[in-house]
Ligand binder design. Structure first.
Ligand code: ARG
Length: 583
């Protein structure tokens, strides 16, 4: 819908000032709904025309604003053109605005429909989640998983092709520690003999303990440190026995993660990992050496100079004195490999902000190596989640978080006695639990840390995922009962009340909000939009009865509720939430 109105105004503007429609469309913003009925529907900041080179920067802004306003005409779409301070406001013809059928075009995300707004149709490689084998799956990995999933969903909706990559932490010195520890404390027979589930228990529960124990021991016991270094050295040299133990660890972990990702509704196109880029890392080092980009320090480390003055005042270490590769070396190799394999236009990495320097260095190294596409590599950093725990204490595995959310949600639903007619209350509780986690996580700026609080997360009232689900389920139930409104005999004049108009005006903002989120890769624009939509829908649901209203009025309201429900569901899906029909 928004496309239609925005396009029409842009076309008129384009005829007047000569700029292409595509440049003008994104400059027209839908004005947020306010209590005052008189808000305009679309607004143009004349300054943005200057910034885009459409108008001259030399002339007085207000004079230009007024001149342009005078040239604009009222037409079938625009009811009124009003100039303000540096802005031009457009009021959209109310009759058209309430023609809810038009909203349906906002609901069909065809490539062409949105590529106008998304500017390009690009191929993106998106690396997210990326947990470490045999280490804690901490809240950061949960954030990386859901944020990456959101970015990928959004880019796809806007017409891009996305390749979702899970870059596992499956290589590095910690495998020396894990391998050596397992050889000492782990049970090889059990690991070999038992079923996958048992193997996983041995591997992640027991091996986690082993890992922690080994870590503690390593502080005192020099022999463990040496054994660990030896194990990793053998791994790097692809010693068969060492490699097969490592492979067992990896395979089991991936299998288990896949199940958890399924519970979260997340899938990957590609599981890679640091181990994949092993030999390539050695090639990278060779290339750097031949091109004299790798310098050896006194202590025997290999470094790449990243300083402007070539004085090693800033550098990245790519090779240890014993010749083994580092995290960043493998990332350079992985980036080169992905470029060749996927031919991406843009690569997005999603990790916590503690890795910001790592990615700056990574992109710098790629530039030093002459890869201009490093300019199109993006790091999306996010903040810490503080205090995430479960009934059993500190959260160690992602599974613990999901189980806790499901358990608590099911408990709440039983208390509220809502879950009686559900076919699978456990699944519904899980889906609502996950949406609560997602909304809590996406509400603020991603870079901010936040304190985790189960009570707040799972509240049914207030700006939570539970509230979104509740609103959606109520609308679905209304539509189940009465149908989604008669398409052919629909009279928009029945939607002239302030509540209906507020919803319609708000729906007008949907594509703009998606675009905004796509530009800065922050989900909060969409989250806030959906929360406001839910509040508007909740009050409309209360105040605009369908049951008992004259048929024509009831039909018109059903059309409005059906459009609201579709946009709500659609937006939730982009966020990675499965909308529930009953709860
Ligand atoms: N495995 C890493 C960690 O847990 C995250 C990987 C991020 N991606 C990357 N290409 N370095 O910290």
């Amino acid at each position: 819908m928004a496309c239609f109105f925005r396009r029409s105004v842009a076309a008129q503007l384009s005829r007047i000032c000569g700029a292409p429609e595509d440049v003008l469309v994104p400059l027209l913003s839908a004005v947020p709904v306010s209590k005052k009925q008189s808000t305009p529907d679309l607004r143009l900041a004349v300054n943005s025309l200057v910034k885009n080179g459409v108008l001259s920067p030399d002339a007085d802004l207000q004079t230009q604003t007024e001149r342009l306003t005078k040239q604009l005409r009222v037409d079938a779409v625009v009811e009124e053109v009003i100039s303000g301070r540096g802005v031009i406001n457009f009021r959209i013809n109310k009759r058209l605005l309430v023609e809810v059928r038009r909203t349906s075009c906002a609901l069909r995300f065809t490539r062409s429909g949105f590529s106008n707004l998304s500017a390009h149709c690009l191929k993106r490689s998106l690396a997210h989640s990326s947990p470490n084998i045999a280490k804690k799956f901490h809240a950061g990995h949960l954030r990386s998983t859901i944020i990456g999933n959101f970015i990928a969903n959004l880019k796809e909706v806007l017409g891009n092709e996305v390749i979702r990559v899970n870059y596992l932490g499956d290589w590095g010195m910690q495998f020396g520690l894990l391998g050596a520890g397992f050889q000492r404390l782990g049970s090889q027979e059990k690991l070999r003999e038992n079923a996958l589930q048992h193997l996983f228990e041995v591997m992640l529960t027991c091996a986690l303990q082993v890992y922690v124990q080994v870590n503690r021991e390593a502080e005192h016991d020099e022999s463990v440190r040496l054994a660990a270094a030896e194990f990793f050295r053998r791994l790097e040299q692809h010693d068969e026995q060492t490699l097969s133990l490592w492979k067992q660890f990896r395979d089991i972990t991936v299998e288990e993660y896949k199940k958890i990702y399924e519970r979260l509704g997340v899938r990957f196109d590609h599981y890679s990992g640091e181990s994949f880029h092993q030999s390539r890392a050695q090639e990278v080092l060779k290339e750097l050496r031949t091109r004299r980009l790798l310098k050896t320090t006194e202590k025997g480390k290999g470094v790449v100079d990243l300083s402007a003055a070539s004085d090693l005042s800033s550098y990245a270490t790519l090779v240890r004195s014993d010749g083994t590769s580092l995290y960043i070396t493998r990332d350079v190799a992985a980036a080169l490999d992905r470029k060749e394999r996927f031919h991406f236009d843009e690569m997005i990495y999603v990790t916590d902000k503690s890795q910001s320097v790592h990615f700056q260095q990574l992109f710098q190294i790629l530039r030093v190596m002459g890869h201009h596409w490093a300019e199109r590599c993006v790091h999306v950093p996010f903040g810490l989640v503080l205090g995430m725990s479960s009934r059993l204490g500190e959260v160690v595995l992602l599974e613990d978080v999901l189980n806790e959310a499901r358990y608590r949600m099911q408990h709440n639903m039983q208390e509220a006695k809502t879950s009686k007619e559900l076919t699978d209350p456990e699944l519904t509780a899980e889906q609502i639990g996950v949406s609560a986690l997602i909304i809590q996580d996406f509400k603020g700026k991603l870079i901010s840390d936040y304190k985790f609080d189960w009570q707040k997360v799972l509240q049914a009232q207030g700006d939570t995922g539970v509230f979104l689900q509740y609103t959606h389920a109520r609308l679905r139930s209304l539509l189940r009962m009465h149908g989604s409104g008669n398409h052919t005999h629909f009279n928009p004049s029945h939607l002239q009340d302030s509540r209906s108009i507020s919803i319609l005006q708000h729906l007008l903002r949907y594509d703009e909000v998606l675009l905004q989120s796509a530009l800065d890769l922050q989900p909060r624009h969409l989250v806030n939009f959906l929360i406001t939509l839910s509040h508007l829908a909740a009050s409309a649901h209360r105040e605009l009865p369908v049951k008992g209203s004259p048929a024509e009025l009831a039909q018109a309201r059903l059309r409005l509720f059906s459009a609201t429900c579709s946009v709500l569901a659609n937006g939730m899906k982009i966020l990675g939430i499965t909308p529930v029909d009953k709860m």
